[in-house]
Unconditional design. Sequence first.
Length: 452
Amino acid sequence: MATSASPIRTLPFLSRLTKHHRIPVHALEEASEQAGGELVRLNMGPFRPYLVTHPDHVQHVLVQNQSNFVREGMFWEPLAPLLGEGILSDGATWAESRRILQPLFTARYVNALAEQMGVIINELIDETITPGRPFDISRGISAIVHPTIVRLFFGSKISVADIARLVPAYDVAVTAKAMRLVMPFVPEGVPMPGDRAFRRAIKAIDAVVYPRIREARERARQGLDQDSVDVVARLVKAREDVPGEEGERRIRDDLVAMHGASTETSATALTWVWPILDAHPGVAAKVYEEIDRVVGADPVSTEHLPHLPYLKMFVSELLRCYPPGWILPRKAVAPDVIGGVEIEAGSTVLLSPYLTHRLTEFWDAPSVFDPERFAPGRESGRHRYAYWPFGAGPHVCLGQHLFMMEAPLLIAGILRKYRPVVHIDRPVTPRLASSLRPPPGLTMTLVPAGRS
Ligand code: HEM
């Protein structure tokens, strides 16, 4: 077939993964450096996905021609029993869920949620942190983030015992399929480590979620839930016209998918805060000074947030360097041309904010952590798709504004009282899991801030 498209380079990848088996993110970085922003294919043996990093190409796939790049294929199928047919699917069921969920994330509703979130976070910090005692950072932060989200989503409709069942089940469900993400070409029929744990976790989640949905529907029928602002009550109202089990399943799918999308990403991002503060004392001093001045010893609230601009710059830079959603896979429905290169129908296209955020064409010294990149006015000349930790286009993250309030509430909530002492015995390199996690086993001790 005659075509005007240019030939594409295929870069070795399996051999790179073998070389960097201890730190696979280096294989990804090396391939992206070799690609230099061009579209390339990665040679993973039987599987040769396209790698998209250039902001123009990101814009093409996620925005301009997004209907040709769907969330289907080998990366999405293993997670289907968890995510169901709602907001994290694609096509008509996704569009319907997006229409229902979008109003829950308007500025007004997010502000109301964030106010509540501030109260819950302050309570959980007091409950879960023991100053002077070392703890696993990832577990400690999850112990605040996960119950916060569950309480925001379910309001008062969920018991402490159910939260205690739900939180670890989610944790297993989002991490158990990590092997399949690294080796997506292994068919679902071939058992892999994590499969059974995944199925058990889904059962445990459903055993908590379905009864809560039925109760919420019953309350709504009796006219008892008119003023509830929690997400379950809102979803029940939105699905009034879908009766019986089908309605329950649609509510379950959105609730569970939203939970998955919000907890793993937020907890991972907020785990990175501490090793980064530890490694950058100059940045840390500015963060501490701002929080001491603005929040002092008071409980942190949404009213403080507009007065914490440096903390916001810090969080933006954190998401540039360590975007939790490090890889976005899509399947090309029809053939297409991106940046002059022909894409085959049915093939997998991989997009990675982690790699786009490190392109030297768009970022000076990209490996340096520098919140000043996000100082007022500094962003104006930047390519719109050079920075996209929350995705882009019609699937852009629904929770980004909520996270940009959750993050300073949690960080300032801790730092108004404590200073972190991080215990590090090796370089802190990112780990490729379902999100871009710091290495396991990273611990810290929180000591009183000693404000005079
Ligand atoms: C650091 C925190 C977060 C990051 C980095 C993040 C990242 C992302 C990314 C990259 C996408 C695009 C997925 C795609 O295009 O396939 C996305 C979608 C989504 N996010 Fe987030 N997210 C975060 C927090 C949250 C929170 C707190 C919530 C909910 C309250 C949330 C809910 C969602 C939902 C529902 C979608 C799917 C939207 C759609 O497909 O229409 N996220 N997120």
